[in-house]
Ligand binder design. Structure first.
Ligand SMILES: C[S@@+](CC[C@H](N)C(=O)[O-])C[C@H]1O[C@@H](n2cnc3c(N)ncnc32)[C@H](O)[C@@H]1O
Length: 309
């Protein structure tokens, strides 16, 4: 028996803090786990995608999105031969292919040495693309998630991984105010209580440290079609194989299946108004809060950064 779902039982897709306490937690450790397993197995549609890929070529794209500096890892590897090798290997021609899944528009960018030597937390690290990105920029990373395969993927490049739900952070004294920078990308809005999830994640940041939050905005695709797909996925598909077949059947192209599964697989998929996020940051003691993607056309997410006072 499924718990009550706000989206397809109550026609609520935009989160309001008044909903706190109304909905029940679900098995968060299962929701993404098969997706990350298929990534590790290099299944079509689950790798070579901006939303998951951790190979150096993709991490260079993530570094460029954060800092504006291109080909950092590639230039580290090839030095003065980097542009020649880029042309010979067809790397630049793969640029468009690597854009499947979209690119970030962040402004202002982080300085290239911003993360150097900082203790950083990737909360809900998934397969580890942001862990590897910040680590490549000199951060000392800790990565937490509830997905066994997500952690197995992240452990390939970071030893400091821990199975931990963000809702258990209040019981983890070692995480409290322990980080110069916490990144929580695409996690809190996929829970029964995004405000409580935010507060738990915010508590990990030291005074003077920063929190980067990415959540879906009310401009995210929550059309009747998407709600119907989500209801079918959760109510009618019994096994993961059925769910996967359904995701492939509605994907525009097989290479994009992970985007569809991302949209379908979480039982909760709230969109969060900017003012609600801004109030969460304020109430948790953060100042200088900026919306990093305000210039992004058709943005479906909010990328927010705040500094703890
Ligand atoms: C959309 S994915 C994003 C992964 C990663 N942040 C990224 O941007 O690539 C959401 C991740 O949050 C994790 N997650 C979901 N609920 C969680 C919870 N309660 N505590 C910790 N992690 C959670 C999932 O297992 C999944 O790996």
């Amino acid at each position: 028996m499924l718990p009550r779902n706000p989206h397809f039982d109550d026609a609520r897709v935009v989160w309001s803090d008044e909903y706190a306490g109304l909905y029940a937690p679900v098995a968060y450790d299962e929701q993404f786990d098969d997706q990350w397993r298929l990534f590790l197995e290099r299944k079509t549609g689950f790798c070579d995608h901006t939303g998951v890929e951790t190979s150096d070529e993709y991490i260079d794209d993530r570094i460029a999105e954060l800092t504006g500096v291109s080909n950092v890892l590639y230039r580290r590897k090839w030095g003065m031969f980097a542009s020649l090798m880029s042309r010979l290997s067809g790397r630049s021609d793969r640029q468009e292919r690597r854009g499947v899944g979209g690119r970030l528009w962040l402004e202002p960018k982080f300085a290239i040495d911003f993360f150097q030597g900082k203790r950083c937390l990737d909360a809900g690290c998934g397969a580890g693309r942001w862990t590897k990105t910040l680590q490549s920029l000199g951060a000392n990373m800790k990565s937490i998630d509830v997905s066994t395969h997500g952690l197995a993927s992240t452990r390939r490049f970071n030893e400091d991984v821990s199975k931990c739900s963000i809702f258990d952070i209040p019981n983890r004294g070692d995480l409290h105010r322990a980080f110069d920078f916490t990144l929580c990308w695409g996690v809190v809005m996929c829970t029964h209580d995004p405000q409580a999830a935010f507060n738990a994640v915010a508590s990990t940041v030291k005074t003077g440290g920063s929190l980067y939050l990415m959540v879906y905005a009310p401009t995210y695709h929550t059309s009747p079609q998407v709600l119907e797909w989500r209801a079918r996925y959760h109510r009618e598909c019994r096994t993961f194989e059925e769910r996967l077949a359904f995701a492939y059947s509605i994907a525009d192209r097989p290479e994009n299946a992970i985007n569809l599964l991302d949209m379908l697989n979480t039982f909760y998929n709230w969109t969060i108004p900017l003012a609600v996020c801004a109030e969460w940051f304020r109430a948790a003691g953060f100042g200088d809060v900026v919306l990093l993607n305000q210039n992004e056309p058709h943005a479906c997410g909010l990328h927010m950064l705040g500094t703890k006072r």
